[in-house]
Structure formats: structure tokens, C-alpha cells
Design a protein around this ligand. Structure first.
Ligand code: HEM
Ligand SMILES: *[C@@H]1O[C@H](CO)[C@@H](O)[C@H](O)[C@H]1NC(C)=O
Ligand SMILES: *[C@@H]1O[C@H](CO)[C@@H](O)[C@H](O)[C@H]1NC(C)=O
Ligand SMILES: CC(=O)N[C@H]1CO[C@H](CO)[C@@H](O)[C@@H]1O
Length: 505
């Protein structure tokens, strides 16, 4: 889950035999040796080839980089031959200092198939079954939006200055922790843990090296330890009775596999990380792309007013239940933000020699990368304006030729990954981000600190661990409540959601 190309390569380097193996004629063509191996660079240099898949051999390592949407789908489909499981285990082991007995439970059963990671599969289905459309998901949406709006009570019509990214992030972390672990979650009780979470996330790549973490990643290490401790108190204190089904299912899956309750907490910081590290930058960019475009901002306020209903003098209801239909421009803007800011790399390990699509031989133990940037920023897939931010792009996809639609939706657009590791949180993330953005855009004004027009913050080329790029620097803005929303409490209609907002493809 939290894996950078860098870390994968270090792991592979450690396990790879040192003698370089020559390429088999059936393997993907070789390209670009002796170049830096950071994820986004692989994505960027992949533009220099027309091959649908190519091999990078650096020293004795072998990485297959996939550029074509069709092959990405083929990789996602063949979950047996191409697996994330070995990476998950290696990284978890390093990051969470898992003891020998627990590790044994996590590995494939000695008498079973060597590639069957029962532990991971059970955990994955426990998580995704709690996050599919239905009452559990609706409950999480409600919890998150209710909590976020209550955190805004102190923002009055009096202007105040905030650092936008950290302001959004801090509230979002609390709201997300509330949705996942319930009202007794450790984050809402102690906001100082939020900084610990950001420190942990910033250092996650270094921490997964597991070499003197307290020296090479002191802040991240301290953050991780404080989070561990807080979740220890939460789990051992039995505070999870009001937690979401997502968390309840995780607990049951652990217990069913023989992992005791005291071993659970040290992974929970990572789950909170998964729930915030992509959503927070995605929400931030959504707000920024709207604030820099006055006409878009006005059009969206107009669109959102159709789902905003005043109930009595003190309450406003936001009906976010079918945003794909009721607010198509808003939903499309969000999808375009994901296209524009996503840098998912999608690592898999080849479990056994496999002939991909009857054509390309992929060798056991090699790493496969499917950098989304190569497809999200592709002229063939998106047309001549692929490099322009077009908030309406996803609204009129239905009017495009069938073959274009097919390319865009089958492997061409994968902000949430795909295949067995398809992000289980994608429905929740979409609903939470759109819901929070709807509150912020309808109820509040944001202006530039220096009084000028809002300027687009710079974007990092690639987060070290995130799938959505971070801003290179935070921005100061002035925020105030709109007069007509003074003293107002928000309520939410959430509903099950529709394909249009959930990117069902
Ligand atoms: C905009 C927000 C988000 C984005 C862009 C995103 C993206 C992704 C991606 C690309 C993957 C890896 C898929 C793969 O390797 O094929 C992933 C996995 C995962 N995500 Fe998300 N995610 C988001 C929000 C969330 C949220 C809110 C949660 C939980 C509350 C979550 C939980 C997870 C988990 C648990 C996994 C691991 C799944 C597995 O190993 O099978 N994500 N996400
Ligand atoms: C709002 O402000 C009051 C007084 O300053 C404080 O006690 C309270 O915790 C604040 N509430 C939130 C949600 O920040
Ligand atoms: C919320 O919106 C949906 C979709 O437009 C509609 O079917 C539903 O009746 C609305 N709910 C309320 C309480 O207005
Ligand atoms: C893909 C990979 O690197 N797998 C390794 C993970 O760690 C175990 C044990 O440390 C190795 O046996 C795997 O080869």
C-alpha cells in the first residue's frame, strides 16, 4: 500500500542474485538503463518509448514498465501471476516490526500453495465488503461529514488566516478517524496526534528501510510510536464498540487468523494514513483548482445551490446523495483533479514466468510498474488538450466515440489502482471529499492572504509515498463564513451514491 518505487527497488536489490541475466527474446524490449529509478521519473521517461511495455535492467534488477491501457488491465486481471502480496509483507514487516509468530501467520501456509497469502486476502475482503455501497458506507459518510462540519463551528464571518493545506488536513484527519474508529477515536481526543501522523507519513519510505529509524527518521519514528501508543489505549481499552464496520471487520479478520488484539494497534496508524494521505491532497487541489478559476467557482456555487436546502432558521441540508447526476460539473471537476494530480505507480511482483497476452514473457521475481501518469497524461487517450485542466472533460465522456470512451475507462484512468488491490476506500473517499468540498464552497469564502487573486500553489513532482501529489509549499489564505451561513448547522443527506461519482469502470 505505501510503497515507493525506491523502496521496492531496494528490496529487490537485496533479494536479487547478483549475476545479471540476459533478456530473453520474448521479454519486453530493453530501454533506458542506468537512469535514476524513482517512480515518477519512470513514468516520465516512459513517454520516450512507443512500446506498450518495456524492460529496464539496471545492474541485475529487472523492472517491466507498462505504458498501454490494455496491458495495464491485463496485469490487473491476472491476480495470481502478478501480486502485490510479497511487497505488502516485506514492507509491513519492516515498518511495523512484526514479531516472528505473527509473521508466520501472515505468510502462505507451509502445506498450501506458496503464493496464497490467506492472511492478506481475508483482510482485503473484510475491508472491501465494509466499504461497498450500502448502510455501512452511508454511516461512514455521515460520521465524516457531521464531524467535519462541527469542526467548522468556530469559523465566523470574521476573517481569519489559515495555512490551507494543513488546515484542511487537520480537520480531515479528525473527520476520517471519527468515521473509521467512531467518536472515541484517539485523534479527536488528542489533536497533537495529527502532527504525529503527518510526520509518520513524511518519513514512511525511510522508516520502511528499517535501518536505525530513530536516527534516520527521528520525527517519523516518534510520530509512529505516539500513534501506536494511542491506538494501544483505544484497542486494549475496548473503545471500538462504536467503530465502523470497516474497523470491526478488520478486528474480526485478525482474531479469526489467530492475531490477538494487542498486535493490531501498530498497523492502525497506517490505516489512518491510507485514509488521509491521498484524500487530503485531492481535496486541497479540488479547492485550489476551483478558487483560481472565478467562472468555474461561480458555476459550481450555482450547481451546488440546487442541493442546498434551508430548513428553518438554523439548519442547512446538503443533499449529496446523487452528485454524479445532480452536480455533474462538480463531479467532473473532481475526476479531472484526480487525472491531473495522480501519480499512482502500481507495483506488482511477477510470481512465476508468465506470457502476458500471449506475447510478452515476464520473468519470476521481476517488478512490474504501471505508472498512471503515462496514461493520465496521454494525447492518444485524452486528445490534444490532454495537458490542460478541463473541469468539463468527464461530463461529456458519454458523447465521445465508443473507442475513445473505451480507452479512457478501461485502463486509461486508474487513480484508485485496479485489480485485486483496487482501493477499497474509493467510494468513501469520493463521498467524503465531495461532501467536504461542498460545505467549504457553499458556506465559506477563501481569499488570498495578500489580498490579490488566489494563485495556484506549486505541485511536487511525486509524493514519496502518496498516490496523489502534494503541494510543494502550503498557502496562506483568509477564510470566513458567508453571512447567510452565520449560526448555521449543516445536516447531510448521503444516499448510496451512483456509478457516475464512483468511477465504476
Ligand atoms: C483520493 C483518495 C484515494 C486515492 C487516490 C487512493 C488510491 C489508492 C491506490 C492507487 C491504491 C493501490 C491500488 C493498487 O495497488 O492497485 C490504494 C490502496 C488502498 N487504499 Fe486507497 N486511495 C484513496 C483513499 C483511501 C481511503 C479514504 C481509504 C480508507 C479509508 C483507503 C484505503 C486503502 C487501502 C486499505 C488500500 C490497500 C488495498 C489492498 O492492499 O488491497 N484509500 N488506494
Ligand atoms: C471552539 O472554540 C472554543 C473556545 O475557543 C473551544 O473551546 C472549542 O474547542 C472550539 N471548537 C472547535 C470545534 O474547534
Ligand atoms: C436528495 O436527492 C436525491 C437525488 O436527487 C433525491 O432523490 C432525494 O429525494 C433527495 N432527498 C431529499 C431529502 O430531498
Ligand atoms: C518480493 C520480495 O522482495 N520478497 C522478499 C520479502 O522478504 C522475504 C523474507 O525477508 C523474502 O524471502 C522475499 O523474497
Amino acid at each position: 500500500m505505501y510503497i515507493t518505487a525506491l523502496v521496492v527497488i531496494l528490496i529487490v536489490a537485496a533479494v536479487w542474485k547478483l549475476s545479471p541475466a540476459p533478456l530473453d527474446p520474448q521479454e519486453p524490449p530493453s530501454a533506458f538503463s542506468k537512469i535514476p529509478l524513482i517512480g515518477h521519473l519512470i513514468g516520465i521517461i516512459s513517454y520516450r518509448t512507443q512500446w506498450p511495455i518495456f524492460t529496464m535492467s539496471v545492474f541485475s534488477w529487472r523492472i517491466y514498465v507498462v505504458t498501454s491501457p490494455e496491458l495495464v488491465q491485463a496485469i490487473h486481471r491476472n491476480t495470481k501471476a502478478f501480486s502485490f502480496d510479497p511487497i505488502f509483507i516485506n514492507v509491513s514487516q519492516r515498518l511495523f516490526k512484526i514479531d516472528k509468530a505473527t509473521l508466520k501467520l501472515m505468510m502462505p501456509h507451509p502445506q498450501g500453495s506458496p503464493n496464497e497469502y490467506e492472511y492478506i486476502h481475508s483482510l482485503e475482503s473484510a475491508m472491501s465488503s465494509a466499504m461497498i455501497r450500502g448502510p455501512n458506507l452511508e454511516n461512514m459518510k455521515h460520521q465524516a461529514l457531521d464531524r467535519f462540519s462541527s469542526l467548522l463551528e468556530n469559523i465566523s464571518a470574521e476573517e481569519q488566516s489559515v495555512k490551507l493545506f494543513s488546515w484542511i488536513g487537520d480537520h480531515f484527519a479528525d473527520a476520517t478517524a471519527t468515521a473509521l474508529w467512531g467518536p472515541d477515536n484517539p485523534i479527536s481526543k488528542d489533536h497533537s496526534l495529527i502532527q504525529n501522523l503527518w510526520d509518520f507519513q513524511a518519513d514512511i519510505s525511510l522508516l520502511s528501510l528499517a535501518i536505525f529509524p530513530s536516527i534516520i527518521a527521528r520525527k517519523g519514528h516518534e510520530g509512529q510510536q505516539r500513534l501506536d501508543k494511542a491506538f494501544q489505549n483505544y484497542y486494549l481499552g475496548g473503545h471500538f464498540t462504536k467503530a465502523s464496520s470497516f474497523i470491526q471487520n478488520r478486528i474480526n479478520s485478525y482474531l479469526a487468523q489467530g492475531i490477538s488484539i494487542d498486535r493490531i494497534p501498530n498497523c492502525e496508524g497506517a490505516i489512518l494514513g491510507a485514509g488521509t494521505m491521498n484524500s487530503v491532497p485531492a481535496l486541497f487541489w479540488l479547492i485550489c483548482f476551483i478558487l483560481v478559476d472565478e467562472r468555474l467557482h461561480v458555476a459550481l456555487r450555482e450547481e451546488l445551490s440546487s442541493i442546498t436546502t434551508k430548513i428553518g432558521a438554523q439548519t442547512v441540508c446538503l443533499n449529496t446523495s446523487e452528485l454524479g447526476r445532480t452536480c455533474p460539473l462538480f463531479t467532473s471537476t473532481f475526476h479531472e483533479v484526480l487525472r491531473f494530480t495522480n501519480a499512482e505507480v502500481g507495483n506488482r511482483i511477477v510470481m512465476e514466468d508468465t506470457l502476458l497476452e500471449g506475447r510478452w514473457l515476464l520473468k519470476k521475481d521481476a517488478v512490474i510498474q504501471t505508472p498512471s501518469i503515462r496514461r493520465h497524461m496521454s494525447r492518444e487517450i485524452w486528445g490534444p488538450d490532454f495537458a490542460t485542466f478541463n473541469p468539463r472533460r468527464f461530463m461529456d465522456r458519454k458523447s465521445q466515440p465508443k473507442d475513445v470512451q473505451k480507452k479512457q475507462w478501461q485502463g486509461g484512468f486508474t487513480p484508485f489502482g485496479g485489480g485485486r488491490n483496487f482501493c477499497p476506500g474509493r467510494h468513501f473517499a469520493t463521498a467524503e471529499i465531495l461532501g467536504v468540498a461542498a460545505i467549504l464552497l457553499t458556506g465559506f469564502e477563501f481569499t488570498s492572504k495578500d489580498g490579490g487573486v488566489f494563485k495556484m500553489p506549486g505541485m511536487c513532482k511525486q509524493g514519496m509515498a502518496q498516490q496523489v501529489k502534494q503541494p510543494s509549499k502550503d498557502v496562506e489564505v483568509l477564510i470566513k463564513r458567508r453571512r447567510e451561513f452565520e449560526g448555521i448547522k449543516w445536516t447531510f443527506e448521503v444516499g448510496p451514491g451512483t456509478d457516475a461519482e464512483y468511477l465504476a469502470y
